[in-house]
Structures are given as C-alpha cells and as structure tokens.
Ligand binder design. Sequence first.
Ligand SMILES: CC(C)(COP(=O)(O)OP(=O)(O)OC[C@H]1O[C@@H](n2cnc3c(N)ncnc32)[C@H](O)[C@@H]1OP(=O)(O)O)[C@@H](O)C(=O)NCCC(=O)NCCS
Length: 326
Amino acid sequence: MQNLKFLGTGSALPEKVLTNQDLERMVDTSDDWITGRTGIQERRIARDDVSTSDLAAKALSVACENAGMSPSDLDGIILGTSTTDTLFPSTACWVQERLGVRGMFAFDVSAGCSGFLYALEIASALMAAGRGRRFGVIGAEVMSKVVNWNDRGTCVLFGDGAGAAVIGPSDGDSGILASHWGANGSLAPCLYQPAGGTQRPATAVTVAENLHTVHMQGRHVFKHAVEAMASAALSAMDQAKLTADDIDLLIPHQANIRIMEATRQRCGVPSDRMFSVVAKYGNMSAATIPIAIHEAAQAGRLQDGSLLLTTAFGTGFTWAAHAIRW
Ligand SMILES: CC(C)(COP(=O)(O)OP(=O)(O)OC[C@H]1O[C@@H](n2cnc3c(N)ncnc32)[C@H](O)[C@@H]1OP(=O)(O)O)[C@@H](O)C(=O)NCCC(=O)NCCS
C-alpha cells in the first residue's frame, strides 16, 4: 500500500453546452440514438481561444485552493492528455506558464483515457521513492478540436474538460491499496489520430482527408474496453483483498453508460455505488475520472475511509485501475 491523501480536487468545464438536439441539426443523428447507445445527453465545448492547458491550469488551481496551498508549493505536475496544446513542449509546461510557476518538474503522460490513472500511478511511485511530497495530477482534454464534426459515429461521443487532484502524504491510513496498469500497442490503429506526428506529418492532403481527427473502430473499442476495465478493476480488488461489498464508490472511465454498466456488473458492484457524470459531459477522455472524483467528493460521496475503485481504458490500448482508501 502507498500511503497518500487527496489533499484537494478541482475541475474546469467550458460554459458552452452542446446538446443532442443541437447535434441533430449538425449530423444525421437523433437524441434517441445517442442516449440509447451512450447515455450522453449533452457535453461541454471549449471556445476557439481555449486550449487544454487553460482548462488544466484552472482545474489545478481549484485543487490547490481546496488543498489550502499554492501551485508554487507543488513538487511536480503530471498531466494526462491526448489533446496537447502543442506537439512540444508538453502541456504540463504550458500549465506552468499559465499559472506563473516554475522549478518543479512537469510532463505529460500519453495514455488516452487512462491518462489520469497513469499519472496517479507515477505520482504515487515517486512519492513512495521519496522524490517529492506534493504533486499536481491532472487529466485534461479539448476533444472538440480533434473530432471530425461530419462523422456522426464519433462526434456525438466526446466533450471537453479538466480535472485535477493534489496528492500528498497521509497521516492516517488513506492511500492506494492496490493498482494495476497495462497496454497493448498491437491494437493502436483501432483508436487514433493518424496525422500530425512523425508517421504522417501535416500536409494539405492530411488536412483535406481529415486525418487530424479521431479515427475509431467503435465496436472493437467497446468490447476491449469492457474486458480490460473489468479485469484491471478485479485485479486491483484482488490484490487489496477487497470484495465488491467493500467498495463504497466505483468511478469508471466515463466513455459511455453501456461500457460503464457492463464493467460495473462484471465487478459485482451495486448500481447505486457507481458515480456517473457521462450524461452531462460525454467522454472527456483523461478528464472524466478526475472530474467525477471531484464531483463525488463535493457531493459528499467520498468520506474519510471510503473505498474508491477507479478503472479506465483508452487509446493504445491502455488500461489502469486503483483501489483507494479516501
Ligand atoms: C460508438 C458506439 C456508441 C456505436 O454503437 P454500436 O452499437 O457499436 O453502433 P455501430 O457503430 O455498429 O453502428 C450501428 C449503426 O448506427 C449508425 N450510427 C453510428 N453513429 C450514429 C449516430 N450518431 N446517430 C445515428 N446512427 C449512427 C451506424 O452508421 C450504423 O448504421 P448501419 O447499421 O446502417 O451501418 C459504440 O461502438 C461505442 O460506444 N464504442 C466505444 C466508443 C468509445 O467509448 N470510445 C472511446 C473509448 S475510451
């Protein structure tokens, strides 16, 4: 077990709401189809002049405020994202620039929707190794800027947002009881943004062919997501010697309600113990879990001693899960 505490959490969401009814006017879709297949009713969309680091910096400053400290007190910033501000430097460095802080290490983790849990795993390992005491861990995305708004199969799924947590030493028995993470790169082409990197640098052709947007084999992703999220969560529970009855709150990655429900059922956790924000925010990739954690904490669903189970799956494919004593 790694003793640590969530000292503060925060989130940042764009004001603009895009409803399923709005989408009905943009592509050949319906509220019925989107709600039935995904459980999503609306999502937030960032303004043109807002980038991932703007949302991430805001979420981190709220988390620091709730932790009763300043961002300059952090020993490091680790940010999970797939929608970076720039190819380089990292979005975590842009977050420092936005917040006016420097000195502490800052880097991004590229693990898709598992990004926040990967970042948390790294932060807790650094803490265990004595390489710092307080870390800002963020999941942030502006998915709306990498979505093909003419592709009804993907554009209805995603939203923008950021969530953050400040983790630090625990003087009690809170901490990460067990974790599990992994990846399978042979399935990379099932969910990816084909162009803009060194495989296919940006050209007029890649732009014309919409290769800078999300390309996804939806059914394939669905099947692997359920299997990987459930088995990662069960592995964390098993290592921590927990049964489903012990879990006070399950926060799975919020890609769509059918994936979440199937994962919950395989883990045996009762439905009233799963926390969901997917209906109002859609799939915000790495941001969904920290935003859900923040909202659950604000709602009093996470009390000292509560047992929280998180699990995620994303591009890569990647997966990760944590059993956490709050
Ligand atoms: C995307 C997803 C909701 C699609 O559901 P599905 O049941 O697999 O649906 P399919 O892709 O097989 O499409 C079924 C039909 O609906 C149509 N369709 C797709 N998107 C649609 C939309 N927005 N509105 C209406 N119809 C749509 C398809 O064209 C297809 O029509 P056809 O049978 O005439 O060819 C589902 O595959 C999914 O949730 N996948 C995981 C996505 C995800 O979470 N990705 C991120 C993971 S981190």
